[in-house]
Design a protein around this ligand. Structure first.
Ligand code: SF4
Length: 317
């Protein structure tokens, strides 16, 4: 039975999620919630563990990974039986999510038949509706994925993800390969479909403009851990974690002159397996102290969000 979307409490509850590959941690001790209908953005530099986290949320971590901690969807573990029903993935590479040898409409009809047990006629009709909902005309139903543009393919993948009305959608950098205008339109379609169906969305992205426009809360990850987690407007308007501060400083704003060089956070994120023993950000942090080199900061509540940093005067930085 489908859980009541109005039921109190988070839709997704993540506690102490860790993912190791042959003993090398990729993600360590993540804890956060996703409320019904909420959009949570996972942000951070490449290698921060965002995509590994995204897949672990869906119970889709690679076979060679060791996953610990708990990920509960309305109190129950997510299993393969939930894929395409209660949870769905919108991947970066649309071609990996679509079969090259079947027309797009046929693939959608099959997805809804296998879950809902509809007749062929009703499944076909539902597939056409699902395509229309993402802006693909009925004529697109007979096309093969390779006949679509990148933007149209990503729309088809969104239609596929949404066709069985999942409660949770995880989108892993769903627009990276597209031009900026198309990126914006695709994220709008994804957001509209989630709003229309009441689904929660976990959006993995590098695009902090998209985060501000589309997310309710954000989790900033660094070296597989949470650096800062809270409401988007609080985190973006007044970042408290030094890492978030550095990340935002690298972005252009309306006041940035064209062609000017943007600052960058010095150094590189540590490779998995070479993460410093104290705070992982120590080598790149201009506020680092001796304590940072030896003691890992645990997330703590500061000004309406959680921040993993030892500094006790964060609010006055
Ligand atoms: S704990 Fe230390 S090194 Fe880490 S972010 Fe805070 S000040 Fe910087």
């Amino acid at each position: 039975m489908r859980p009541d979307p109005q039921a109190p409490g988070p839709l997704l509850s993540v506690r102490g999620l860790s993912v190791d590959f042959a003993g090398v941690p990729a993600v360590s001790g993540l804890s956060f919630d996703v409320a019904p209908g909420e959009v949570l953005a996972l942000v951070g530099e490449s290698g921060a563990g965002k995509s590994v986290t995204a897949r672990a949320l869906l119970g889709m971590a690679p076979r060679e990974a060791t996953v610990s901690g708990s990920v509960l969807l309305r109190g129950a573990r997510v299993t393969a039986a939930d894929w395409g029903r209660r949870v769905a993935l919108v991947p970066q590479d649309a071609l990996s999510a679509l079969s090259p040898v079947h027309p797009v409409g046929e693939q959608l009809a099959l997805a809804v038949r296998s879950v809902r047990g509809l007749s062929r006629k009703d499944a076909r009709s539902r597939a056409l509706s699902a395509l229309a909902e993402v802006g693909i005309p009925a004529s697109g139903a007979t096309a093969y994925p390779h006949e679509f543009s990148g933007g149209m393919r990503q729309r088809a993948v969104i239609a596929m993800a949404m066709i069985n009305r999942p409660e949770l959608v995880v989108a892993d950098e769903p627009t990276t390969a597209l031009d900026p205008e198309t990126q914006d339109r695709i994220l709008a379609v994804l957001g509209e479909r989630c709003t229309a169906t009441g689904a929660s969305l976990v959006l993995v992205t590098h695009d902090l403009g998209a985060v501000r426009a589309r997310a309710d809360r954000m989790a900033v990850m660094y070296a597989g851990r949470l650096a800062e987690y809270g409401p988007v407007h609080r985190v973006l308007d007044r970042p408290l974690a030094p890492y978030t501060e550095g990340l935002l400083a690298c972005l252009p704003t309306a006041a940035t002159p064209r062609k000017s060089r943007l600052p960058v956070i010095p150094g590189r994120p540590p490779a998995p397996g070479s993460v410093p023993s104290g705070c992982a950000f120590t080598p790149r942090c201009r506020y680092a102290t001796d304590r940072c080199r030896t003691e890992r900061p645990a997330p703590r509540a500061v000004d309406g969000r959680e921040v993993a940093c030892h500094l006790d005067h964060l609010e006055s930085l």
